[in-house]
Design a protein around this ligand. Sequence first.
Ligand SMILES: Nc1ncnc2c1ncn2[C@@H]1O[C@H](COP(=O)(O)OP(=O)(O)O)[C@@H](O)[C@H]1O
Ligand SMILES: Cc1cn([C@H]2C[C@H](O)[C@@H](COP(=O)(O)O)O2)c(=O)[nH]c1=O
Length: 215
Amino acid sequence: MPELVFFSGTMDCGKSTLALQIEHNRSARGLQGMIFTRDDRAGEGKLSSRLGLVTDAVEVADGMDLYAYLVDHLSQGGRTDYVIADEAQFLAPEQIDQLARVVDDLGLDVYAFGITTDFRTKLFPGSQRLVELADRVEVLQVEALCWCGARATHNARTVGGQMVVEGAQVVVGDVNQADTVGYEVLCRRHHRRRMTAASAHAAALSPDVLPVSPA
Ligand SMILES: Nc1ncnc2c1ncn2[C@@H]1O[C@H](COP(=O)(O)OP(=O)(O)O)[C@@H](O)[C@H]1O
Ligand SMILES: Cc1cn([C@H]2C[C@H](O)[C@@H](COP(=O)(O)O)O2)c(=O)[nH]c1=O
């Protein structure tokens, strides 16, 4: 039975790498994938992994009907055996419904990859719809770690290393951006305390916690 599978995890846990591996393994056996993405850091029409691999993809625009796109492609003699959708958190809920229809009406497997929650721990609308509709939700096995060593479960947005909680839901960016707007994955405890690696380091160096010998 074809499936809609949502591979989910924090930023930087290997989602795009897995998408590329699925694509590689299937294309090595002669299968043809349709790869969708939206707002990948590598630029328009790209699906990229931090391991350095990148492949071409169809950039999804606002209002694009993914089901109609595939029907059009097939009716013009194109071939598609399976579908990959990376950065699926950026898709509109209607586009996730269209992907579910691709599974049910066209009989294709759809593999969607994305983060579930934003920097404020709120669901992205596209991810919410995936959780609602997917046949399976798979949490990635490679654990991204918080600076404390615990499993990272949340995404923090940082400015100059400090966590921020105000701003637009979508700001394309990367982890390890110390000087600009960036992201850091944290465990829930440290996300709640707004404690990033930089603020924890600064606190550790504070005179309040340094052993001070009496004058
Ligand atoms: N230099 C490296 N050596 C080994 N693994 C790396 C290296 N850089 C990144 N990675 C792996 O790549 C993962 C990020 O992969 P990526 O597919 O870009 O993540 P995601 O799509 O989930 O944001 C990291 O969690 C790590 O496991
Ligand atoms: C938490 C959060 C992230 N984003 C953006 C930042 C990146 O461009 C992508 C996630 O990409 P990755 O391949 O999973 O690392 O999402 C955002 O726009 N808003 C957020 O709250």
